[in-house]
Write a protein that binds this ligand. Structure first.
Ligand SMILES: Cc1ncc(COP(=O)(O)O)c(C=O)c1O
Ligand SMILES: N[C@@H](CCCC[NH3+])C(=O)O
Length: 467
């Protein structure tokens, strides 16, 4: 099958309008924008990341494995830190968090956003300064709030009236040494251009207080009235994997209008404003993410312009990027187990490549219809490329990792395949479906490997099974 035929076939199979497909010529090569900065193919055609040949890594730690390029992660964290020098940059730990990564984040001068008691524990165990932790969540338990308050987290981002009640009750029982900093999470009524499950600023969803319904103002007044709470400002997160800053612009306009109104109502200007995260990354060659410098320029421009128009002081700004820091830093390494040619209508053939992981280590394709790419990682292939689909080993027809990709026509069991861009929301959303063991997270740097999170064992799973 020729490339243009495959492209046409692809468009036919997915009745979802134009979609992305690499050209067969790239089957051995890397598209740099999709990979971490140290990834390269060596003379054998094998994939190297952080100076480590992934064939060696597979022998050492097995597959599947998440391979995290430490230098790339740190460089992206630093780039946000530098571009947003006047902001506080909170790394969103929900994208991926372990103690080593929490330490890297702190070493690079970033703060940390956690959204559960579990993430808070990791941050505290890593020695992150609690004052630099922001605590999120739409249903924080009293226990979680107590731990956060006792640890002295810098800010709690409140998300419901019940949560404010809970905090009030908690503070009435034991006065913390310092007032608890609070941001009120608001929904600005913006339809962000992303998958509906990861858009968070439209009205009909669970997060935040609605500005238009008056709940956001009521929540701010309520927090202001509670002894021991220090209302620092507002928080707006419009969604994830967003490329277009116009959503931020509309949200900023509405949030700052509320900020100006609160200045009148409360008799003081709130000192802080968090614009959330959500900056997109390249999963395919169709995605064209903005560099942190440009994002900083645009966001700052939007906020300054609005503040001028409203006659209020520009608050201290913060952002919460997760995916844009950790997403591109990681690829997942798999071993091919079976290859099956499946005939399609019209006589075309699709090659189903089954690997030793699947939707348990990357649910994003099944959940969000996300696009990924893949490359052969163990050798060079001179065979004619074929249209392939990379699937997992789970008992589920939707267990797809890469919907469409050209793969070498001579792919065989035992070959290694790598999927780039899996640093965000893959390990952190992984599961034990079919009693799969979660893969390890292995950092590579300057030719050496460090296991940051070990592979789960059957004993780990059985330890929870009390018979
Ligand atoms: C409140 C909040 N902040 C930050 C993030 C991080 O988003 P992203 O990883 O897309 O930057 C999220 C996730 O969407 C979020 O809900
Ligand atoms: N989990 C989502 C992002 C949203 C998470 C944070 N609100 C994803 O994989 O794209």
């Amino acid at each position: 099958m020729r490339a243009h035929e495959a492209g046409a076939l692809h468009a036919d199979i997915n009745h979802r309008g134009p979609s992305w497909l690499r050209t067969p010529r790239e089957v051995n090569d890397l598209v740099p924008s999709l990979w971490s900065s140290t990834a390269r193919k060596n003379d054998d055609g094998a994939l190297e990341v952080g100076g480590v040949d992934l064939r060696d890594l597979a022998r050492e730690v097995g597959t599947p494995a998440y391979v995290l390029d430490e230098a790339d992660f740190r460089a992206r964290a630093r780039a946000f830190r530098q571009a947003f020098a006047d902001y506080d940059v909170y790394y969103a730990g929900k994208a991926f968090l372990c103690t080593a990564v929490a330490r890297w984040v702190a070493e690079e001068g970033l703060s940390l956003d956690v959204c559960s008691g579990g993430e808070l524990s990791v941050a505290l165990r890593a020695g992150v300064d609690p004052a630099r932790i922001g605590f999120h969540g739409n249903n924080k338990t009293t226990g979680e709030l107590r731990r956060a308050v006792e640890a002295g987290v810098g800010r709690v981002i409140v998300d419901s009236f019940h949560e404010i009640d809970r905090l009030e009750a908690l503070l009435a029982g034991s006065a913390p040494r310092h007032p608890v900093g609070v941001l009120v999470r608001v929904t600005a009524g913006v339809e962000a251009h992303t998958h509906e499950y990861i858009a968070t600023a439209h009205e009909d969803q669970k997060f935040g207080f609605s500005i238009s319904a008056g709940d956001a103002e009521a929540a701010a007044r309520r927090v202001e009235a509670v002894d021991g709470l220090d209302l620092l400002g507002l928080h707006s997160h419009i969604g994830s994997q967003i490329f277009d800053t116009s959503g931020f612009e509309v949200a900023a306009r509405r949030v700052l209008a509320l900020q100006a109104r609160l200045a009148e109502v409360l008799g003081r200007e709130l000192p802080e404003l968090d614009l959330g995260g959500g900056f997109g990354i390249a999963y395919t060659t169709q995605d064209d993410p903005a560099e942190p410098d440009r994002l900083a320029q645009e966001l700052t421009g939007i906020v300054e312009h609005e503040c001028r128009a409203l006659g209020i002081v520009v608050p201290r700004l913060s952002i919460e990027p997760g995916r844009a820091i950790v997403g591109p830093s990681t690829c997942t390494l798999y071993e091919v187990g079976t290859v099956k040619a499946v005939g399609l209508d019209g006589g075309a053939v699709r090659s189903y490549v089954s690997v030793d992981g699947g939707m348990s280590d990357n649910i994003r394709t099944a959940l969000y219809d996300a696009d990924y790419s893949a490359t052969i990682a163990s050798r060079r292939s001179d065979a004619e490329p074929v249209l392939g689909r990379v699937v997992g080993k789970h008992c589920e027809a939707g267990d797809i990792l890469v919907k469409d990709e050209f793969v070498p026509g001579d792919l065989l069991p035992g070959d290694l395949l790598a999927v780039p861009g899996t640093g965000a929301y893959c390990r952190s959303m992984s599961s034990n479906y079919n009693h799969a063991l979660r893969p390890p997270v292995v950092a590579v740097r300057d030719g050496s490997t460090t296991v940051l999170v070990r592979r789960e064992t059957e004993d780990d799973l059985l330890a929870c099974d009390l018979g």
